[in-house]
Structure formats: C-alpha cells, structure tokens
Design a protein around this ligand. Structure first.
Ligand code: PLP
Length: 370
C-alpha cells in the first residue's frame, strides 16, 4: 500500500486530514453536497429499507426504488427522456465505447485524456491514434480519409480545468460519415451551462447530445459536483436502451448500493431544487480566479470549479503547497496525472459552500508566500 493521507471527515471547505483540520481546496465536491444532512439521512433511510444492496443484477430483481429515483431525477436534471445509472464514473467510457464503437474504423484519442478514457478506447478493438491535447488541427490530420471513427476526450481537464474545443472538433467531424465525438464531462456536469448540464450545455449543444444519430455523446459521474456517487449516461429512450444493452453492466453487475443510490437521489433533488448552489459556485470560482489574477498569476478563463495554475517549477509549487499546508490550507500540488504539464500543477478546487472569507484567506496566504 503506498503511503496515503487519511481523510477523517467528510470533504468540504473544512476537512480533517491525518488529524489536522484544513481549509480545503481539493477534491471534487464542487456543489458542497457530500455532507449535506438531507443527503446523509436519505442514504441511511435507503439502507434501512433496502439493505446494503439488491444482491442481484438490475435485469432480475435487482432494481430497487432508489435506483429508479436516481435515473428519473438524473433525466430531469439533464432534460432527457431517460438515464442509465451504474456503479462508477470510471466505467462510463467503457459502457459508451461498447455502445458506440463496435464497428468503428479507428479511435482518435486526445493524448492527455483521463485514464478511464484511454483504457476504454482499447475496448473498441480498433486502431487507436492519439492527437495532441486539445488540438483540432492535429485531430483533422488524423481524421483525413477516415469514416466511422470515434473521437474520445475529456470535456474538462480533471486537473487543468481546460475545456475541450468542442466546436472545432465538431467542424473536423463534418464530412466524415459515421464519425462520432464522445466526451467525458466528469468535471463539467453540475457546474457549467445554464442548467448545469456541463460543457455541452454551456456551448448550447445540449438538445442534440446522446440521441441516436447526432454523433455527439457525453457521459459523466454523479460523484463530483452532483454530490452523489456512480456513473451516469443520460439520453433519449432509444439511446439509453441501446446503451443498457450494449455491455453487461446492467445485467451482469451489482447495481449501486442502496445507501449510495438513496443519497445520490437526494443530492439530485437538492440540485434541482436549489439552482442557487450553482450560482454560488460560479461566484466563488470567479472570485478566486480574479484574486489570483490580481496576484499576477494566470488561472485559465472560464468558470470550471477545478483549475490548475503553474507557478514556477515543481520545487516552487511543492514549496507553496507545503507552506500552505503548514498554515492549515490544503491546496494540492499534482506532480503526475493525466493532462498536466511535466512540472506538475497546483490544482484549485472551489466549492459552492466556501465562504468569501475562506477564499480571501487562501489569496492572502498566497500573496504572502509567492
Ligand atoms: C475525467 C474523469 N472521468 C472519470 C472519473 C472517474 O469518475 P468516478 O470517480 O465517478 O469513478 C474521473 C475521476 O477522477 C475523472 O477525472
């Protein structure tokens, strides 16, 4: 077992790690729902009623009410007919590849895509060609002369927060019969767009996502902004039916645990009921970005809840991380992860329930040590 830190509280603006309470700007609990009392109570109630889990696959008797609640509320959130809910966001691309790429001539993969995207690409059983991270021209070069290929990428970088140039990718796809774009929007869902449906909502592409013939596809997780747990694929009735049948996650795997599904359904209910959470998150991330710019730093544009900033070399970023840690502020230095530069990155995560004072404290401490 590698040495890891021990999180001894729920993740939130104040999080206890290895016995120390930190002002916490890490992780992915962007809408701040991981420790919401209603979410916790709903999880406990679901476990009391339905046991740990249904102990068989969804195809037999294994679909219990909290699972249907999640799918109904997720479909409501995404504005789609239906949604398929399963055990992990990591598996979402695997499931989508099974649904989309069985006859693909090739997979064109962003060379900095998240591990789960890159691993899923292999399941297509087609040649994989990588294009330079977020580079539509390189994608166009690879696409030349090809039809029926699948392009795979993160919608939002997990550490960098950088959005994929979706419009440019779609331009490349035009004229290539049967070409499809699949984006993993793990970090955009719940955060971006008028209805919080993610990067494709922000780009006003949403109604044409995950339909039978649009060629534009997205998968996501409920375990980050949305405050629950598990993977999600929303879409039309026809598309979701096809996805459920394309792999065996529906009929060959235990469904998400009852407590998890009950908590996730409640978190979705809260997100639907309280759009102000998203507005507060946006305010917070813009406040932090503006404060960093005032310090002469260069956070990326946009309103993602996670973003990376490079400040000098790795030694300097380690120093910043360690100094902040000694002052009980947790701002991770990420030395290696998919999609980050060789020197690493300081990864900022902002939550809807960070107070302005907490954000200003981070900025004040940074000002003192840069
Ligand atoms: C881009 C991306 N996709 C998928 C996942 C995995 O999602 P989950 O944690 O819900 O399994 C992550 C997790 O960090 C991620 O960053």
């Amino acid at each position: 077992m590698p040495s890891v830190s021990l999180m001894q509280s729920a993740p939130g603006p104040e999080t206890v790690i290895d016995g120390v309470p930190y002002l916490y700007f890490a992780g992915t609990s962007y809408l701040g729902l991981a420790a919401h009392p209603e979410v916790i109570e709903a999880g406990c109630e679901a476990m009391r009623r339905y046991g740990v889990h249904s102990a068989t696959t969804r195809a037999r008797f294994g679909t219990n009410p909290p699972l249907l609640d999640v799918e109904r509320l997720a479909a409501q959130f995404f504005g789609t007919d239906d949604a398929f809910y399963f055990g992990s966001g990591y598996a979402a691309n695997h499931i989508m590849v099974a649904a989309l790429a069985q006859n693909a001539e090739a997979v064109l993969l962003d060379d900095a895509a998240h591990y789960c995207v890159a691993e899923a690409a292999r399941l297509a059983g087609a040649p994989i060609h990588t294009f330079r991270h977020r580079d539509p021209e390189d994608l166009a070069r690879l696409a030349k002369g090809k039809r029926h290929f699948l392009v795979m990428a993160d919608a939002v970088g997990p550490s960098s927060g950088a959005p994929a140039p979706v419009m440019e990718y779609l331009n490349v796809l035009q004229g290539h019969e049967g070409a499809r774009l699949l984006l993993d929007d793990a970090h955009g869902v719940g955060v971006l767009g008028e209805d919080g449906r993610g990067l494709l909502d922000e780009l006003r592409l949403w109604p044409s996502v995950n339909t039978g013939n649009s060629g534009l596809h997205v998968c996501g997780t409920l375990a980050k902004a949305l405050g629950g747990f598990g993977g999600i694929i929303p879409g039309t009735w026809e598309f979701v039916r096809h996805v459920r049948g394309a792999s065996h996650y529906f009929d060959g795997a235990s469904a998400p645990a009852s407590a998890v599904a009950g908590a996730t359904a409640k978190a979705l209910e809260i997100v639907l009921r309280e759009p102000e959470l998203r507005a507060r998150l946006r305010e917070n991330t813009l406040r932090l970005r503006a404060g960093l710019r005032a310090l002469g730093l260069t956070p990326p544009d946009g309103a993602t809840a996670n973003f990376g900033v490079v400040i000098g070399d790795s030694a300097n970023m380690r120093r910043i991380h360690e100094t902040l840690k000694s002052r009980q502020i947790m701002l991770p230095y990420v030395g290696s992860y998919s999609g980050i530069p060789p020197e690493g990155i300081l990864r900022f995560a902002v939550f809807a329930n960070h107070t302005q004072e907490q954000i200003d404290r981070l900025l004040d401490e940074l000002r003192a040590i840069l």
